[in-house]
Design a protein around this ligand. Structure first.
Ligand SMILES: O=C(O)CCC(=O)C(=O)O
Ligand SMILES: [Fe+2]
Length: 296
């Protein structure tokens, strides 16, 4: 295994690793809930060569995308993202939902890499209504300076895997235990109230002085694993194409269950209690099936 240090802040180090075994990933990252950049997770994806701006312009240029309240033709957005610069970035994020709207592209981002397995989001035993509007497989396009609009952790405490197909993106991650210092929005506890993490107004957000954001760059062919509950945001340094995937399994199930119950409880405490009963049974069954190597 080869390891390169990308960033060190206080006691936290983010490393880039190649040839990582699943066992080492599970121990040091998945179950330890610790981020890592996987240098070669997507090595077998066709998307690495196929997903160019040219490809999307030719094949999907007429499709409409909705960004920051405005509609663009994908071809026009791509022109914009390739000519925009840091001082005047193209709106962000420009996202395509692969699962829902571009299922023919799934083979290009397959096989799902071993580090993102098992994934219970798509299990037959997972009621769709628990996942709500969680999008678990997306393509992102961005221009230099294009900044994700808020610091957040992924909806329902899913783990995130973000793979750079083209260009360089700078990520900032913040450990889950610093939640108090990011000022979560009351109605959306996974979103931070701080509008710009790169330039914090400490008079308004004094506790943010205690944050230790960790910033590093992810390049083509590399995948950032952001474990559940880690706050994060991103900024493109060049024109970028990325693939974002989410996952759920034993390692984040407790946190997921809490989030589902909390979200249902807002509408009905009865539904939330039923969900608790169902998910308690589900985790027991999934653990048994996992041990036997059975995927449902
Ligand atoms: O690549 C990015 O802009 C970050 C995307 C992200 O964190 C998300 O969609 O949850
Ligand atoms: Fe995210």
């Amino acid at each position: 295994m080869d390891t390169i240090e990308l960033a060190k802040v206080g006691n936290y180090t983010v490393e880039k690793k190649y040839n990582l075994t699943y066992e080492a990933f599970a121990e040091k990252h998945l179950f330890a809930n610790y981020p890592v950049v996987l240098g070669d997770a997507c090595k077998d994806w066709k998307a690495k060569e196929k997903f160019t701006t040219q490809f999307f312009k030719e094949k999907y240029g007429d499709r409409e995308v909705w960004i920051e309240g405005k509609t663009f033709k994908l071809a026009d957005y791509i022109d914009l993202m390739e000519t925009a610069n840091e001082d005047n970035p193209a709106p962000y994020p420009c996202k395509l939902q692969i699962d829902r709207n571009y299922p023919e592209l799934i083979p290009d981002v397959s096989p799902r890499f071993k580090y993102a397995m098992p994934d219970w989001c798509h299990s037959k035993l997972m009621p769709k209504k628990f996942l709500g509007h969680a999008d678990t497989l997306e393509i992102f396009f961005g221009s230099p300076g294009g900044m994700f609009p808020y610091v957040h952790y992924d909806y329902l405490c899913l783990h995130a895997y973000i793979t750079q197909i083209q260009g360089y993106k700078e990520f900032t991650v913040i450990p889950p235990h610093q939640t108090e210092f990011v000022y979560p929005v009351k109605e959306n506890l996974w979103v931070s109230e701080i509008p710009n993490i790169y330039n914090i107004d400490y008079e308004k957000f004094p506790k943010a002085k205690q944050l230790t954001p960790i910033t590093f760059t992810v390049g083509p062919g590399e995948t950032l694993f952001i474990p559940c509950g880690w706050w994060h945001t991103a900024k493109s340094l060049t024109p970028t194409i990325s693939i974002a995937q989410d996952s759920l399994n034993q390692s984040n199930f407790d946190q997921f269950q809490k989030e589902v119950e909390m979200s249902l409880n807002k509408r009905s405490s009865f539904k939330s209690k039923l969900a608790k009963i169902y998910l308690n049974k589900m985790i027991r069954l999934m653990k048994t099936l996992d041990k036997k190597g059975i995927r449902v």
